[in-house]
Design a protein around this ligand. Structure first.
Ligand code: SAH
Ligand code: SF4
Ligand code: F3S
Length: 460
């Protein structure tokens, strides 16, 4: 949204701090679009801003604490500039509502995850001196197109890789998770709107789209299901790559595996959150799959695309998790060999089922288990990365290296970050790269002499 800083003399300046997941990043972009229409311009500095918004996350206690400590820091800015307006949006705002206004008198307005498009109305009120808490939910029966069209008709410059929300909310109520409370029940956007937004992104420079949803593969609207939507998007002229996050293992089926294998734009990478390797814990998490069914599902892909890349989320120290059950998670990740794991210590969330379960574990047990998990995974990642040395990979270039000269950076279809020396390619170009070195979390390579082809589907 850099275009945003032009002509800023006549407007107000807004700074938005984003916490949490990709959906919050997407929402932040939408807030910028909405505010641009109100003559607000983007600034990168707190000090410069007339309006500061924190787009918050409450997935774990730590994330929530970050917001309150940031508010503490903003206090001085407000004292120095009493005209400064401060707004809190996102998942903590949805959860806490008015309590935030009571807790901190510097906050001018609080708005929920369904209310970001009402920012103009809220701002008019706060400039009249009102304090606002607006966490009203959409009426699900009426709202399918919860993203107003004008926010994607006007996109000026988009990114090489862009997010696109297709569903929001979640009906699963996993026992540890606060998201159904903060994002509400699941709603899928109409396919026409999604296609229109995707077309707009591609026409303004996007080459890779990542579809977003809390349970993205349960998408269904106007009789179009997730796989059918993927087929529609795959046909988009100019779109090189398609990804999605997060799919739920219980809704991952053969039809989706077939689409991944056959659709040229769909990348050979999946982020499929496992959470635990113990069936008893998975049941208590209300995940509705077992370690065996999870393994069968990923085997459907690996049998057909051997170098398929897989990432996941794991929670350690869930209430009642025994040493043996934790060991099952370790065995599970040794068996599956993920390319990347996002691992978390269980954090009790207010209003969730698991918060009331017996058998909460101490911080030291959780930390010890996290350490073992990270050590196990580090070894596997290093072997997985090393196995790519000597292979040729298609890389989508995203820009130049921030330190190294004549070096560009991008990602493989398997989502591995790569830096490439001696390349004059530009952001948005595709190139075939010979991988020459594996670092801890990234790869290095050189331009390959191979004529460009699309991904491992055609390289194999
Ligand atoms: N919709 C996704 C998850 C979104 S939240 C899915 O169903 O997989 C991202 C990750 O945060 C989760 O996969 C989980 O691993 C982690 N997480 C969620 N709630 C948590 C909690 N209370 N404590 C620790 N980790 C949590
Ligand atoms: Fe949370 Fe479970 Fe929904 Fe994912 S599927 S957002 S973990 S309730
Ligand atoms: Fe956090 Fe809300 Fe996303 S709780 S992870 S910002 S859906």
């Amino acid at each position: 949204m850099k275009s945003f800083s032009q002509n800023s003399e006549n407007g107000k300046k807004v700074f938005i701090q984003t916490y949490g997941c990709q959906m919050n990043e997407y929402d932040t972009d939408k807030m910028f679009e909405v505010l641009r229409h109100e003559n607000y311009f983007h600034t990168d500095s707190h000090e410069d801003a007339d309006l500061i918004i924190l787009n918050t996350c409450s997935i774990r206690e730590k994330a929530e604490h970050k917001v309150y400590s940031e508010l503490g820091r903003l206090r001085d800015l407000k004292t120095a500039n009493p005209e400064l307006k401060i707004g809190i949006g996102g998942c903590v705002a949805q959860q806490e509502g008015e309590a935030i206004l009571r807790r901190d008198s510097n906050v001018d307005f609080v708005f929920g995850t369904d209310n970001l498009f009402e920012l103009p109305r809220m701002l008019r009120k706060i400039y009249k001196g009102e304090k606002i808490s607006n966490i009203q939910r959409y009426d699900r029966k009426r709202v399918r197109n919860f993203i107003p069209e004008y926010t994607f008709q006007k996109i000026q410059h988009s990114r090489i890789r862009s997010h696109l929300t297709i569903t929001k909310g979640c009906n699963n109520y996993c026992s540890f998770c606060i998201v159904p409370n903060t994002r509400g029940l699941e709603v899928s956007r109409e396919p026409d709107q999604i296609i229109a937004e995707a077309e707009r992104l591609v026409s303004t420079g996007t080459r890779e789209i990542c579809l977003l949803g809390q349970n993205v593969n349960s998408y269904i609207a106007n009789g179009v299901d997730f796989v059918e939507l993927l087929h529609l998007l795959d046909k988009l002229e100019g779109l090189q790559r398609l990804r999605f996050t997060s799919p739920h293992p219980k809704d991952f089926n053969e039809k989706l595996a077939d689409a991944i294998v056959s659709l040229p734009t769909l990348c050979e990478h999946l982020h499929l959150p496992l959470q635990s390797g113990s069936d008893r814990i998975l049941r208590r998490m209300r995940r509705w799959y077992t370690m065996e069914t999870y393994f069968q599902k990923i085997s459907m892909l690996r049998e057909r695309i051997p170098e398929f890349s897989l990432s996941t989320d794991i929670i350690v120290g869930f209430p009642g998790e025994t040493d043996e059950e934790f060991e099952m998670t370790i065995e599970g990740i040794r068996k599956i060999r993920f390319d990347l794991i996002y691992s978390f210590k269980y954090s009790p969330r207010p209003g969730t089922k698991a918060a009331d379960y017996p058998g909460h574990l101490s911080e030291s047990v959780k930390s010890e288990r996290l350490k073992i998990l990270l050590e196990t995974q580090e070894k596997i990642v290093s072997e997985r990365f090393q196995a790519l040395v000597g292979t040729e990979q298609e890389v989508l270039i995203e820009g130049t290296h921030h330190r190294k000269k004549n070096t560009v950076t991008g990602r493989t279809r398997g989502n591995h970050p790569v830096s490439i020396k001696n390349s004059t390619k530009k952001a948005g170009d595709l190139m075939i790269v010979l991988i020459t070195k594996a670092n801890k979390n990234s790869l290095e390579g050189v331009p390959s002499s191979v004529i460009q082809s699309l991904g491992t589907k055609s390289l194999a």
